[in-house]
Every structure is written in structure tokens, then in C-alpha cells.
Design a protein around this ligand. Structure first.
Ligand code: FHN
Length: 584
């Protein structure tokens, strides 16, 4: 009896341990999985398009304080208007979003063709848009609304088939103690993240922000990454969990701009406003058009990225109608053409030889034509045999196509259909095998040599190598910036048709006190050295003639700019490298 019991006991114990270890295994995340290929990120790589929502107390002032319009983005009003904490807290008593309807917000996202929703659980102002046991500074305890909108949105997204995700700010203006003794705030933040990751169901992404504060560092970011993944192993975490370098988190987060091309070795997602502010401002009517938004999505997809497009709901809980209208139009286009975006891979062209973009899926090259030129679209350098070419939108009519020989290379010519799409006509070109490109023959290299022999290399076309340097645009910026590591460098592949000797000119900006970095510009085994001088500001550009380079052959040549030293905070803001032929 005893033996049986013993045996039974042993098998019971073994069973329990097996269950426990299975549970533990489920709870022990694989922190080393590669985000580029892990099953954990498959939904993100398929989704391509998500809704960002900035919603909080800042929607009450909506950009106005004491009767004055406050400049800057709406959710920064506490900082920009220098509103003292006790003063700002008073907005909570006015925050009663009686028109909030979680299902309507999920419907708007779905109708836009969005596949996930990232909403501010807590922005920099520290106000919690969820029910927390760790503070009374929350929507459930400090406002007449009392409900937990995050609970309602989690349910609505589940029913709508949208991934529900949180934005969470590390910086917290309601906790100024974080700047003097970070520990108590650190525990508070981790406690709230535990609430968010254990009380709202499966969470797709934790979108950190406000990581730039002094007390935060990459080690804390690594620990926090492991902590939140331990709570939900399937979670995706952005690079702002650390210090937003390419070593932090699972993916890059370019903001308000679209990189020149794919970010080598990393998933990435551009976040962008629909007007100019993340949080609602009554005065901001600078809405992007539906066509512009859809083309941005296409551009991003052609470079292998995701698009996180923001709405800023009002204090009543309403998504501005101008946003709803534009999102619906983008969704309408995606209804017909979504196959060319969702789960599509990046274009074989780094520089497209027509006004449009390409994406790829299996044996199909999707050609997204924004504007049809006279004579049709020419796609040089494609390899392989075309089986068919037809618009995804059957109502557009047929597309005549022809694969021509042009010297050594093939050129696919697509003629416009009868009814091209105002946003983009997508032509599905089916090959017998996955589409491939002879880049040198395609004319689709980032760097090109002009008829006069000049080689003009722009920041927007550079391949960026390293952890922090990145292309930045908007507000007068069009340069490689955030260049805080001398190990980071940039390059361009150029199709050289006219070899020779070139004068090298470098256009850059550098704030006072941060000059002095030495660098080399190389082409093949040739190189010429330069030194960064302070120019008076990160947007005050100057051009240095740094010497001469010889390029002795035709074909694809890699031209690189590599720092050698970095005495200051950053190397430079690089706008361009120009190689001008020298008459020997
Ligand atoms: O300061 C925030 C800003 O308010 C907004 O949340 C954006 C969205 O990515 N992130 C920070 C600025 O980089």
C-alpha cells in the first residue's frame, strides 16, 4: 500500500514538478531570441500599421494656459508653460471624457487597416490613465470619470482582433524625486508595469519613452527589459527601454521621420503625428492628407518598417473627426491593396527608378505607382522571368507590360491602366521565382554619378552602421545626427561610370565646444582625411574641401565616412559628401 502510495506520490510529485517547470518555462522568456526572426515578433512584422494614442490630462488645456496659446506639442504643456504640479493636478477634476467609447476607437483603428494600438498608460506628466494601487493620481481616483479606459480598450481591442499595447514614460514630472533619489521611483515604476502586465490581458508592445533622463542608463534598461519580459514572455519592447541605441530592446523607433532605407539588422517602426502634435491641441489644424499618409505607409513598408500613426483624442474622449476621416481613407486603400503591405518584405531597390515604391512577397513584386510617367514605368535590372502583371484593383483596368533587353540588362516596362489610383496603383508582377535585382545594372544604387561626373552623396541615402547615429529630417534637419559614438559610420554604394580623380567636399554642422573629430572618407583602398570644426550650431552647416580621392574603376564602389576620433559629445551632423571630378 505504502509502496503504491509512494509510487503514486512520486508520480504525483513528478507530475506536479513537470507542470511547475512547464509553467516556469512558460514564465522564463528567451531573452536571446532574435527579434528579426523570433515567433514572438511575427505578428509585428506582419502588422505593419498601428495606431498611437496620446491621451491624458493635457487634453483638458489642449494647448492653452491662462488664456495663452502655449507653443510645442500638446502633451508637453506642463513643461512648456511651467505649470507647477499642484496647479496641473487641478485638471484631473475637469477630466470627464463622457463621450469616450472604446469600441468606437477600436472601430476607427480597424477601419484604417491598423493591426495594433499603443496608448499612453502614463505620459511624462505622471498622470495614470489606468487604475493603480500605487497612486491616487489616476483616472479612476482623481477624476469624475472614475472608469478605467485601459480595461475597456483592452476588451474592445480583443474583440476587434487588434493587439493592445502600452506606451509608458520613464520620465515623470509628477515625481521630481526621480532626479534626486531614483530608487523609490524605480520601484514605483516597476510596480505599475506589473499592474499593466498582469491586469489587462496579453500586451503586444511596451513602448517606453522619456528614457533620456540622467538617472536612466542602459543597464537599468536591460534589467527592465528582462523584468517585463518575465511578466509577459511574448512581449515586444522598443529601444527606448534603454537609451534608444541599436543594442536596446527589440526595435528602433525613428520619430517624425522615415529612414532613408532599412535599418541594418533591426526591426523598426516610424512613429508620426497626423498633424503636428501628439496630445490634442485645439489650435493644431495642420493635418496630413490621406494620400500623404498612405504613401508614407508604402514608403515605410518598402524599407521593411512599421508605421505607428498617432491620434490625440479630446478631453471628452473623442478622436478628432479630421483624424477619423483620413484614417478611413487610408483603410479604404488598404482594403484593395493591403496584400502589398501586410507582411510584405522590403523592396529590392534602395533607390526607386520611378515615382513610387516596391514591396515583395514570395514570387510577387508589388509595384506601387504614385505617378505614371509618359511611356510607362521602367524597372531596370530585374532578374528572372515574369509570368504576369496586373493591378490588385481590378477596377483600374489592365496593365500592359513588356520585359525589354537594354544592353546586358532587362527592363520591365509597365503601362498605366485606364483608371490609375490617386493614392497609388499597385501592380502585382508575378515572377517564376522570388524577384531579384542586379543592383549595379538597376541604376537603383543610393549613390549615382551625374553626367558631369559629379558624385553627390546625401545623408538621406546613406547606409548607417552602428548603434546611435541615424538619419533625421523635419524642422530643417536633413542629416545624419545622434552621432555620439565614433564607432558609428556611414556609406554609400555608388554606380561609377566615369572613374578619375575627385575633389572631396563634406557638408556638416557641429555645435560650439564639440568640434575636433577627425575622420576619413574612403573609396575602395583610397582615403582622404578631414577634421570637424565647430560651426556654431547643429543646424549651421558648412562645407569643407578636404582633399582628393582617385576612383580607378567603373561599377559598384563603396564610399564611406568613418570617424577616427571624437573629443566632443558628438562627431557632427553630416548633410552631404560630394565628389567633384578634377581635370588632371
Ligand atoms: O516627449 C515625447 C513626446 O511627448 C511624444 O510622446 C513622442 C512620441 O514618440 N516621444 C517623446 C519625444 O521623443
Amino acid at each position: 500500500m505504502c509502496k503504491t502510495v509512494a509510487l503514486a506520490g512520486v508520480s504525483f510529485l513528478a507530475g506536479a514538478m513537470a507542470l511547475a517547470s512547464a509553467a516556469l518555462a512558460a514564465e522564463t522568456p528567451d531573452l536571446k531570441d532574435d527579434p528579426l526572426t523570433s515567433p514572438r515578433t511575427a505578428w509585428f512584422r506582419e502588422a505593419k500599421f498601428g495606431m498611437f494614442i496620446h491621451w491624458g490630462l493635457y487634453a483638458v488645456p489642449a494647448g492653452v494656459y491662462k488664456g495663452k496659446e502655449i507653443g510645442g506639442i500638446g502633451e508637453w504643456i506642463m513643461n512648456n508653460a511651467k505649470i507647477p504640479i499642484p496647479e496641473y493636478e487641478k485638471y484631473a477634476a475637469e477630466f470627464n471624457p463622457v463621450k469616450f467609447d472604446a469600441r468606437e476607437w477600436a472601430r476607427v483603428a480597424k477601419a484604417a487597416g491598423m493591426r495594433y494600438m499603443v496608448i499612453t498608460s502614463k505620459h511624462h506628466d505622471g498622470f495614470c490613465m489606468f487604475d493603480s494601487k500605487l497612486t491616487d493620481y489616476s483616472i479612476t481616483k482623481a477624476t469624475p470619470f472614475k472608469r478605467d479606459p485601459m480595461k475597456e480598450l483592452a476588451a474592445a481591442c480583443k474583440d476587434a482582433g487588434l493587439k493592445f499595447c502600452f506606451y509608458h514614460s520613464i520620465m515623470d514630472w509628477h515625481r521630481p524625486d526621480q532626479n534626486t533619489n531614483f530608487t523609490p521611483y524605480h520601484e514605483y515604476m516597476k510596480g505599475q508595469l506589473k499592474e499593466l502586465l498582469t491586469q489587462y490581458g496579453p500586451i503586444g508592445i511596451l513602448w517606453f519613452d522619456g528614457q533620456w533622463i540622467g538617472p536612466w542608463d542602459r543597464k537599468k534598461g536591460e534589467d527592465l527589459y528582462a523584468y517585463v519580459r518575465g511578466l509577459q514572455p511574448g512581449l515586444i519592447v522598443n529601444n527606448r527601454v534603454g537609451k534608444s541605441t541599436r543594442q536596446d530592446g527589440d526595435y528602433e523607433t525613428p520619430e517624425q521621420n522615415i529612414p532613408a532605407g532599412a535599418i541594418q539588422g533591426r526591426l523598426w517602426e516610424t512613429c508620426m503625428t497626423l498633424n503636428d502634435t501628439w496630445g490634442f491641441k485645439t489650435s493644431d489644424h495642420h493635418w496630413k492628407s490621406a494620400a500623404d499618409l498612405a504613401r508614407k505607409l508604402i514608403d515605410i513598408a518598402s524599407k521593411g518598417g512599421n508605421f505607428l500613426l498617432n491620434v490625440g483624442p479630446t478631453a471628452e474622449g473623442v478622436i478628432p473627426p479630421e483624424s477619423v476621416e483620413r484614417l478611413a481613407a487610408v483603410g479604404q486603400w488598404l482594403k484593395t491593396n493591403g496584400d502589398a503591405v501586410y507582411g510584405a518584405a522590403l523592396s529590392p531597390y534602395r533607390k526607386h527608378p520611378f515615382d513610387g515604391r516596391c514591396t515583395v512577397k514570395g514570387n510577387t513584386l508589388y509595384v506601387h505607382v504614385f505617378k505614371w510617367p509618359e511611356g510607362g514605368v521602367n524597372l531596370p535590372g530585374l532578374l528572372g522571368e515574369v509570368k504576369d502583371a496586373a493591378p490588385l484593383d481590378k477596377a483600374a483596368g489592365a496593365v500592359k507590360w513588356e520585359m525589354k533587353k537594354e544592353g546586358e540588362r532587362q527592363v520591365l516596362v509597365l503601362q498605366a491602366p485606364e483608371k490609375p489610383d490617386a493614392i497609388a496603383t499597385v501592380v502585382a508582377v508575378t515572377f517564376k521565382a522570388p524577384p531579384a535585382l542586379d543592383e549595379a545594372a538597376s541604376g537603383g544604387l543610393p549613390g549615382r554619378q551625374a553626367a558631369d561626373g559629379t558624385i553627390a552623396l546625401r545623408a538621406a541615402d546613406a547606409a548607417v552602421h552602428g548603434d546611435t547615429a541615424q538619419y533625421e529630417s523635419g524642422d530643417g534637419k536633413d542629416n545624419i545626427g545622434f552621432w555620439t559614438r565614433k564607432e558609428d559610420w556611414v556609406s554609400w554604394d555608388v554606380a561609377v561610370t566615369k572613374p578619375g580623380t575627385f575633389a572631396v567636399e563634406v557638408t556638416y554642422a557641429c555645435a560650439d565646444g564639440t568640434g575636433g573629430s577627425e575622420y576619413v572618407v574612403s573609396a575602395g583602398d583610397q582615403q582622404v582625411a578631414g577634421k570637424v570644426e565647430a560651426t556654431g550650431g547643429w543646424a549651421s552647416f558648412r562645407t569643407d574641401k578636404i582633399g582628393r580621392l582617385a576612383i580607378g574603376k567603373t561599377g559598384k564602389v563603396a564610399i564611406a565616412l568613418k570617424p577616427k576620433t571624437k573629443p566632443g559629445f558628438a562627431v557632427m551632423n553630416l548633410k552631404a559628401v560630394d565628389l567633384k571630378p578634377v581635370k588632371e
